[in-house]
Design a protein around this ligand. Structure first.
Ligand SMILES: NC(=O)C1=CN([C@@H]2O[C@H](COP(=O)(O)OP(=O)(O)OC[C@H]3O[C@@H](n4cnc5c(N)ncnc54)[C@H](OP(=O)(O)O)[C@@H]3O)[C@@H](O)[C@H]2O)C=CC1
Ligand SMILES: Nc1nc(=O)c2c([nH]1)NC[C@@H]1CN(c3ccc(C(=O)N[C@@H](CCC(=O)O)C(=O)O)cc3)C=[N+]21
Length: 280
């Protein structure tokens, strides 16, 4: 059977290509879509992601503001920074880079982001709306996974989707989105018993674990679609690509899989937010 290596850069280019005219139209009205990214502390890989997001904005003629905060900032201080951005009419989207240092209440900080500017889909309200299939801005990585499926016309209806991971910005929302597309969804996590046997039932497998090469080749049902959201030290995914390629029908690589589509989705949401700001 012909194999499909799902090319995230192609999907990302098609999403970004659709933004160019919209950004030009906005600029005629004096608006430059602007994403503010907040980084707490100086985790080197977080710095890299934040830089990539800023560069991606620049390339499309969008604005980005980067806010670097010291690792010892309090939750209240972080929230007051977020509030400033909530009230800044020139900022259309706010991204608080996850994870934040342990002493900070990440949920409270996420929830301080106003729903209109929650382009990363991290607030409790955004999550709930997404679960009902009614979110303006679903979380970017889950939305990216769905965009890849859509771009390649891969149907999930009626299929068994196995998601590994249940984090609030990745595993749980992607499970909800697959369910909303009429997949039968099993969500696995660190307490799951017989994880491998469950993955073997998956017609669609989403890996969102945060462990390099966690998913092994003999866990993959022949003909399955494998989506690797993992992004670990040294550009390594959560799926052992070479092993899983054997049984999979379609599979995303790392790099050039889910990652670039996540960034393109974030930019799209920021442009959406800028357009919506005109209507208020
Ligand atoms: N490409 C992209 O745009 C993005 C990539 N990522 C990447 O995706 C991965 C996951 O990220 P994120 O969801 O934020 O990570 P978290 O650490 O928040 O969540 C990891 C999840 O995996 C589960 N898990 C951990 N170990 C095991 C195990 N041995 N067996 C089964 N389940 C396990 C955890 O279970 P439990 O809940 O029980 O602890 C948890 O639900 C990372 O590699 C991250 O870098 C993340 C965001 C965006
Ligand atoms: N609030 C929040 N939202 C996030 O979306 C979020 C986050 N926190 N914390 C960290 C993770 C990680 N993440 C990535 C995004 C793009 C690539 C990406 O584009 N990767 C390129 C590689 C680029 C390179 O390294 O050269 C690729 O896979 O091809 C990777 C990882 C978003 N995250």
């Amino acid at each position: 059977m012909e194999k499909l290596i799902l090319d995230g850069n192609r999907v990302a280019d098609s999403i970004k290509g659709n933004l160019i005219d919209r950004i030009t139209e906005l600029s005629k009205k004096g608006i430059v879509p602007c994403l503010a990214t907040i980084l707490v502390g100086d985790n080197p890989s977080s710095k890299t992601y934040v830089r990539m997001k800023g560069n991606a904005c620049k390339r499309l003629g969008m604005q980005s503001i980067r806010i670097d905060l010291p690792a010892d900032i309090t939750t209240d201080e972080l929230i007051s920074q977020i509030n400033k951005l909530n009230h800044d009419p020139d900022v259309h989207g706010i991204l608080l880079q996850h994870p934040v240092p342990h002493h900070i209440d990440e949920r409270a900080a996420f929830d301080a982001i106003s729903i209109e500017k929650d382009v990363d889909g991290v607030t409790t309200l955004g999550y709930a709306l997404n679960a009902f299939g009614a979110a303006t801005f679903p979380s970017c990585t889950p939305a990216a996974i769905m965009a890849i499926l859509e771009y390649y016309n891969l149907q999930v209806e009626g299929k068994h989707a196995v998601v590994i991971g249940r984090s609030p910005i990745l595993g749980k929302p992607v499970s909800a989105m697959l369910l909303n597309k009429n997949a039968t969804v099993t969500t696995c996590h660190s307490r799951t018993i017989n994880l491998e046997d469950i993955v073997r039932l998956g017609d669609v497998v989403v890996a969102a674990v945060g462990k390099p090469n966690f998913v092994r080749g003999d866990w993959i049902k022949p003909g399955a679609i494998v989506l690797d959201a993992g992004y670990n030290e040294g550009n390594v995914g959560d799926v052992d690509f070479n092993e899983c390629l054997e049984n999979a029908y379609a599979i995303t690589p790392v790099p050039a899989g889910v990652g670039p589509v996540t960034i393109a989705t974030l930019l799209k949401h920021t442009v959406d937010a800028a357009e919506k700001s005109l209507l208020r």
